[in-house]
Structure formats: C-alpha cells, structure tokens
Design a protein around this ligand. Sequence first.
Ligand code: SIN
Length: 238
Amino acid sequence: MKHLVLFFRDQRMTPEQHTAFGERFGELHIHPAAPYGHDKPALMKIHADKNSKRNNGDAWHSDVSADEEPPMVSILHLHQSPSSGGDTLFANMYDAYDAYDAYEALSDPLKAFLDPLEALHQSDYTGFYRDHSPQRENPSAIHPVIRTHPVTGRQTLYVNSGFTRRIRGVTRVESDALLRLLFEHVKNPTFHCRFSWQLNSVAMWDNRCLQHMAVWDYYPETRSGIRVTVKGDRPFHR
Ligand code: SIN
C-alpha cells in the first residue's frame, strides 16, 4: 500500500512457488486470452523474441482493466532477460490525480469535472494473441474515471491508453480530446519509476493505483517470464 510496486532480485521460483506466493494474496486471475505455461491457466506467459511482432504491455495500461473486476496485483518473474533493455515503466496514478507538487497534478476544475464520469474499457486480443492461442474472450466494462483505492481510500486516475476507449456522458469529440489529454498526462515522468530487469527478478505491482508499460528495445533478443495475477474487486468511486 505504501510503495505501490515492489522489486525483488535473484528469486529462483518454480512455477509452483510462484503460484503459491500469488495465492497468499487471494484467488488467482485467469487472463481472458493470453497463452499460459506449464498447463496452468493462471501462469500467463510474457514473451518476446525475434519472431514477435509486438511485446506484451507495450502501451500504458493497468492489467486487464476491461474485466468487470480487474486484477488487484500482478507478480511477474523473468526467467530470461535480454543483455540490455526490456525495462518496465510504472506510473503512480495517485500522483497523476493529485500530486504532492500541485503543478503536476490535474487542476481542481478538471478533477471536479472528471469526478462523476465513467468510461468504457474494451479489450481486443484478437490480433496480439491470435498466433499463440485460440481466442477466448474480449471483455469490456464500464469503470469510474476516478477510482477510490479500496484499501487506502485515496483517489486514483483510472483511464489507460491500453483499454479505455470512451468516456460516457460527453460527445465522441469531447471524449477523444479528454482521453488524449489524460493519456498524455500519464506520461509525465514525475509520476514514474523504471525497473531494469535481471535474470530471476520479480516485480509485484498494484493495478488499482499504477499503470505500467514494457519497453521493447531488445529485438531480436528474447525476454521471457511468467505472470501470476491476483483477482481484484469492482472499481468504485467514493
Ligand atoms: C505486463 O504485464 O503488462 C508486461 C509487463 C512486462 O513485461 O514488463
């Protein structure tokens, strides 16, 4: 709750240990479309190599926010890392909403405008996962634009360029302009930290108050891991 994302080095976890670690935090989430490892749907494969056309998580996003009840926490273990690159960036959505340095946060009038609004989150996994697995599901859901974290009670910005497609209750033109503005806002580096992976690194992040994106700057090398994801609850606002 304090740090939002935790990093651990040199964790030689077996898939069973990784699963058991995730289960300490709750029931595991099954990704609606991604390929999985070791015949266990809860062990989502994160993989890019010389044959890849994209990498996982290449846009700012909160994991599977198009689910009605999006994941709470994700735990990624890399068992093959490139010789350089392949970092993951994390953006603090408490700060994006209301940064300590008020000049970086959303202004009070914009916060007041966004406060009651909801947005459509829509997944489209057909392209990316087509080669890996038969398509299973493309969930969509309506969530508040500003989300209250269920544990800390703090407000977070909860729209992301990976999944959020439309703000409800405003015109299409207004929705497009607002989303463009908010997606740009999330890119402000004062909200960010950046993790450089090594073999057997683990990152564990809270999707309710963070967005992340994975940088694909290591082609044609391979970066490979397993993500265990823990179910969350339905986002609400106040
Ligand atoms: C993801 O879970 O979105 C992928 C993150 C990463 O590969 O660093």
